[in-house]
Design a protein around this ligand. Structure first.
Ligand code: ATP
Length: 353
């Protein structure tokens, strides 16, 4: 049985449609991320799951039951927001235990549960502090603790790390993933950060203009993006798309762009107008062979160096392991791994297999 199922959910605010016919089935224990640019409808979708917004049309199912008419409390979901919304006048212990107290649990039981949750989040030594005496990351852990203590069937996270600095965000990502591995609670996470989504999710739903554009594992989304939009949204440096026409020669297919032929493996008939997408790690630089290009920008980031090339028909990004000593303006050549080249229908923007 699916833990959660959205069936043809739409949501309009007046004239504006925030979600269009969203369908999504999430298995028990899965970690699914709604990923997309600002305004694509992710938070609205999450709020409908939480019971904070009503869908205009469609059904929300949880554990096999329709929950459209249930209140947030009745749905047994716990939500962690980007502004942690801790009670400033309450200690960490009281913040974490608050919902248990509201449920009428007796003090000793609350204390035991709060201590167990605090231990799992490494907050044990901070239970007597006020939120103002904690760092951003510690406050976020208290917010997670407050959700955790309820032992909900479902966790909902709305950009929980967006107020944290980069290094803390990385740390919290690992903590959330580790927590999920340990507890296995069905989790739905909202972010606009593709790398964050890739690093923590079992599956990712890429949203665009209120629709789910693709649902898949991080590997599927990255390696087989269903559309041009998904291909360009995922990956850093981003994929570069080059328009061209398909030609066949000697049983092989190429995209003809300017005087260059870019090889690819997908089956596309000759004459078709396409765009080829090349991920930076599948571009190799060579001195003798390949397509001529000029180095425009060299950006070392440690494990790799991002090199921006300019060639006959446009720009191309490549990432090369380690540090590369190349001066801007250098003439070079590049080659592309045909098996990894993605080909999209130019008019429809969809991937050819
Ligand atoms: P962000 O990352 O910026 O939070 P999002 O993908 O989560 O974006 P939503 O918050 O779901 O986007 O909003 C989707 C669209 O619906 C936006 O254009 C937003 O302006 C609109 N919207 C959301 N809530 C309301 C509302 N209560 N009334 C009117 N329009 C709304």
């Amino acid at each position: 049985m699916n833990a959660i199922e959205l069936k043809n959910i739409s949501k309009t605010f007046g004239e504006y449609t925030a979600c269009r016919d969203v369908s999504l089935a999430i298995q028990s224990g899965e970690f699914v991320t709604l990923l997309g640019a600002s305004g694509c409808g992710k938070t609205t979708t999450l709020n409908m799951l939480a019971g904070l917004e009503d869908p205009t049309t469609g059904d929300i199912m949880m554990h096999g039951k329709r929950v459209n008419d249930l209140s947030p409390v009745q749905r047994d979901v716990a939500m962690v927001f980007q502004n942690y919304a801790l009670y400033p006048h309450m200690t960490v212990a009281r913040n974490i235990g608050f919902t248990l107290k509201m449920r009428g649990m007796e003090a000793a039981g609350i204390r035991a549960r709060v201590e167990a949750v605090a231990a799992s989040l490494e907050l044990s030594h901070m239970l007597d502090r006020l939120p103002s005496q904690l760092s951003g990351g510690q406050q976020q852990r208290v917010a997670i603790g407050r959700a955790l203590v309820r032992e909900p069937k479902v966790f909902l996270f709305d950009e929980p790390f967006s107020n944290l600095d980069a290094s803390l965000r990385m740390k919290m990502r690992a903590e959330i993933k580790e927590l999920h591995q340990r507890l296995g609670v069905t989790s739905i996470f909202v972010t606009h950060d593709q790398e964050e989504a890739m690093s923590i999710s079992d599956r990712i739903a890429v949203m665009h203009k209120g629709r789910i554009e693709q649902l898949g594992t991080p590997e599927e989304i990255y390696s087989r993006p269903a559309t041009r939009y998904v291909a360009t949204f995922i990956g850093n440096p981003r994929i570069e798309l080059t328009p061209g026409i398909v030609v066949e020669e000697g049983g092989r297919s190429y995209c003809e762009a300017g005087s260059t032929r870019i090889p690819f493996a997908a089956k596309v008939e000759a004459g078709r107008e396409v765009e080829v997408g090349i991920r930076p790690e599948y571009v190799r630089l060579s001195d003798e062979q390949g397509t001529p290009a000029i180095v425009r920008l060299v950006q070392p980031v440690g494990p790799t160096t991002h090199v921006t090339l300019e060639w006959e028909v446009g720009t191309l990004f490549c990432s090369i392991p380690g540090f590369v000593r190349l001066a801007p303006g250098t003439r070079t050549r590049f080659e592309i791994d045909a098996a990894k080249t993605l080909v999209f229908d130019r008019a429809l923007g969809t991937l050819f297999n």
